[in-house]
Design a protein around this ligand. Structure first.
Ligand code: ADP
Ligand code: MG
Length: 700
């Protein structure tokens, strides 16, 4: 019979065209997103079983998955807690028990002494001997040999109602189609690239992964390091990269105000500052300056370690916008930080006759209405607030620049949504995102390929690195004594309370209790308290008092994590640091070491420490470098965690694993260039193949 020619590509061909896939199975497959033959081919096994060899029963060990063959000695039904059928099977090397909980009369009768069985299953420790519970089995005659598998047996991730056997059948059918018509699922990676990295072609890779040969290395496959897997991961990451670059190109067609400015305000600010910008700050300021002069919206991420001086960089960008007659929004993640930015910007910009406003959550009624009017009329030139700034009733006269501080937990879509809110009068504001959570460059290039990246890789001069020690909480008295000495010398200290519970209430309670105890233990010191449940006015007062030096010791929850700046504070105690991630610890510790005096951080943990926790604390003791810490964090926690909520959609890959595949990222960036320049027609199909549904979302 002649094979019917498939006209459609396999990415269009519905699964129902495969033998064995009727409406029922099609429905089951659809539940896990498998709709086309291409989806079937890209649905790769989770793991493999080796059924290519017969294992002597005497060599079995618990946990082994093995094919065995032996003779039934006898069988019996046991009535224990659960009725079970036990079949005793032996070969020349030993014996094993097969245990079945569900069995029919016919099955039971089949296990006559002398019958030969071939079984596949997992070996477990049973009450009397090793056992296989519900193995797959078949009867074999004395002379006939059913033959062993010639390839490793794939085990697929599945959904209810789809058995492994069905998966094997439909993947076989799909592979046959693919083999007959390789152009129905085209190779998009250029020949030169396959050669350079010694990658197999698409068919070879897919066929190998569904049906690996006997000699394939199971460990290599399990770790995802086989050339076939790397090739597919490469293609997937490449497609992801291309889609983000395409997004970026699309941005260039959006109109934004050209914020050239005459430089006057910026010069005045620089003249008034008590310090000079570092080289790194100057570089980043000019990178931003060049961007926002252009007629399409900037999307730039500034990474700078805690204390690297990002705020002044934002202020310079703001002034450039104001010089050009536009307004600026600065968005902070918390009210506390918004207020601090407000005070900073006020002190820098007010002398230049720039009007700075702060929209706090507690501004209600008339105050709020009045404020919104001045925003809409353009009387307020710079406004600072939290995400509350993006409520529908907040309108601008001419918004030119949006600065988002200390926030990297935004995905592409949220960033775009924010920008849309600021858009009006046919033009879209520029966007500057500042983060103190350094992300290793390669990862940043993948996760944020839609953004330009600036790095402030230098701290202002005169900072001394923070010395960090880890101390078990049994030595609490000594730690308290340390606080007494430091504050006695006129310096200030933080005491940070953390709790594993997500409950903010409990965390605040713990901070309150601790503040009380410390007040008692240190009667000569004035102790303040801030936590997330205090009224923002009260919080402000406490922070202001601490900043002014009226308080010696500040007990706080992790609300002080980001941004708070008190240079005279030189000691930080962190309780239960083992419960925090590296990034958070680094952020917290960044509150000290901001002045010229030597600073210390005491990590007061509760023993015993898990292996992972003690590794984290060791990293903290060994380095102050945010990028080193970020790299370690990535190794210990994986990219999903490091990138925050981002991973939930955009960083989820079918085959790639950013951590594992990190070494390939530079090559992938090169390949993206090559494809864009030499094979532009392949961009769309690659994106469709790997990022299709997400891309649709971005376009929506
Ligand atoms: P972060 O990058 O953590 O947001 P900040 O902007 O809060 O850092 O700056 C930290 C401190 O360093 C502030 O007190 C700021 O005024 C000061 N600062 C910023 N740039 C410089 C500089 N070039 N020289 C000296 N001090 C600086
Ligand atoms: Mg900051």
């Amino acid at each position: 019979m002649k094979q019917q020619k498939v006209k459609q590509g396999l990415d269009q061909l519905p699964v129902t065209r495969l033998k064995g896939v009727g409406p029922k199975n099609a429905e089951r497959l659809a539940r896990i997103g498998v709709q086309t033959v291409q989806d079937v081919l890209f649905h790769l096994p989770l793991r493999y079983e080796d059924r290519t060899r017969l294992i002597p029963i005497g060599r079995l060990r618990p946990g082994d998955h093995a094919v065995i063959e032996g003779e039934v000695q006898r069988s019996e039904v046991r009535f224990g807690r659960r009725r079970s059928l036990l079949v005793y099977l032996s070969d020349l090397s030993g014996s094993i028990t097969l245990r079945l909980f569900h069995f029919s009369r016919a099955q039971q009768d089949g296990f006559k002494p002398g019958v030969r069985l071939r079984c596949y299953g997992e070996v477990r420790n049973g009450p009397a001997s090793y056992e296989m519970v519900h193995p797959e089995y078949q009867q074999v005659g004395a002379s006939d040999d059913p033959g062993l598998e010639e390839r490793l047996t794939p085990i697929y991730p599945t959904t209810e109602g789809m058995h492994q056997l069905s998966w094997r059948n439909i993947t076989s059918a799909a592979l046959t189609l693919f083999q007959q018509q390789s152009d129905a699922l085209p190779e998009w990676l250029p020949e030169s690239l396959l050669k350079r990295y010694q990658f197999p072609n698409l068919y070879e890779a897919i066929a190998y992964l569904h049906r690996p040969p006997t000699e394939a290395s199971l460990s290599e496959l399990e770790e995802g390091r086989h050339a076939t897997q790397r090739r597919l991961a490469f293609e997937e990451l490449l497609s992801h990269q291309l889609s983000l670059q395409q997004l970026r190109q699309r941005q260039r067609r959006i109109e934004a105000p050209m914020l050239s400015g005459d430089g006057k305000l910026r010069r005045q600010l620089l003249d008034a500052l008590p310090f000079q910008l570092t080289q790194a700050q100057q570089r980043v300021v000019s990178e931003i300056a060049a961007d926002i002069e252009l007629g399409y919206p900037m999307m730039r991420l500034v990474q700078g370690d805690v204390g690297s001086g990002k705020t002044i960089v934002a202020a310079m960008a703001a002034l450039q916008a104001i010089e050009s007659g536009h307004q600026v929004v600065l968005m902070a993640p918390t009210e506390l930080l918004a207020e601090q930015h407000y005070r900073n910007l006020l002190s820098w910009l007010e002398p230049l006759k720039v009007t700075v406003g702060w929209l706090a959550g507690r501004h209600k009624g008339k105050v709020r209405t009045g404020f919104l009017d001045s925003l809409a009329s353009g009387d307020i030139q710079v406004v600072i607030g939290t995400h509350a700034l993006f409520q529908d009733d907040v309108l601008f006269h001419s918004l030119g620049l949006v600065v988002i501080d200390e926030q990297h937990r935004f995905g592409v879509h949220q960033r775009l949504a924010l920008r849309e809110k600021g858009a009006g009068q046919g033009s879209t504001p520029h966007q500057l995102i500042m983060t103190a959570t350094p992300i290793p460059r390669t990862l940043a290039m993948t996760a944020y390929a839609d953004l330009d990246l600036s790095v402030i890789d230098e701290l202002p001069p005169g900072r001394t690195p923070v010395t960090t020690v880890a101390v078990a909480d049994g030595r609490r008295d000594q730690v308290i004594e340390r606080v007494r000495v430091a504050c006695g010398d006129g310096r200030q200290a933080y005491w940070v309370c953390t709790l594993i519970e997500e409950s903010e209430a409990l965390q605040c309670q713990a901070a309150e209790d601790t503040a009380e105890q410390l007040t008692e233990a240190l009667p000569m010191l004035s102790v303040g308290l801030v936590h997330g449940r205090m009224k923002s006015g009260d919080k402000e007062q406490v922070m202001a008092a601490f900043k002014a030096g009226e308080l010696d010791l500040l007990v706080a929850t992790t609300v002080i994590e980001v941004g708070v700046d008190v240079p005279n504070a030189s000691l930080m105690i962190i309780e239960n640091p083992e419960r925090l991630g590296l990034a958070q610890l680094h952020q917290l510790r960044g509150r000290v070491g901001r002045g010229a005096v030597e600073s210390h951080c005491v990590l007061m943990y509760k023993p015993p420490l898990s292996h992972n926790a003690s590794q984290r604390l060791r990293v903290m003791r060994e380095t102050n470098d945010g990028f080193v810490i970020a790299q370690k964090d990535l190794e210990l926690r994986g990219p999903g965690e490091v990138l925050g909520t981002r991973q939930t959609g955009e960083m989820q890959f079918r085959i790639a694993d950013v951590m594992r595949d990190q070494p390939m990222l530079p090559a992938i960036h090169d390949a993206a260039e090559t494809i864009l320049n030499q094979h532009p027609e392949r961009v769309a199909p690659l994106i469709a193949r790997w990022v299709g549904h997400k891309q649709a979302y971005i376009n929506a």
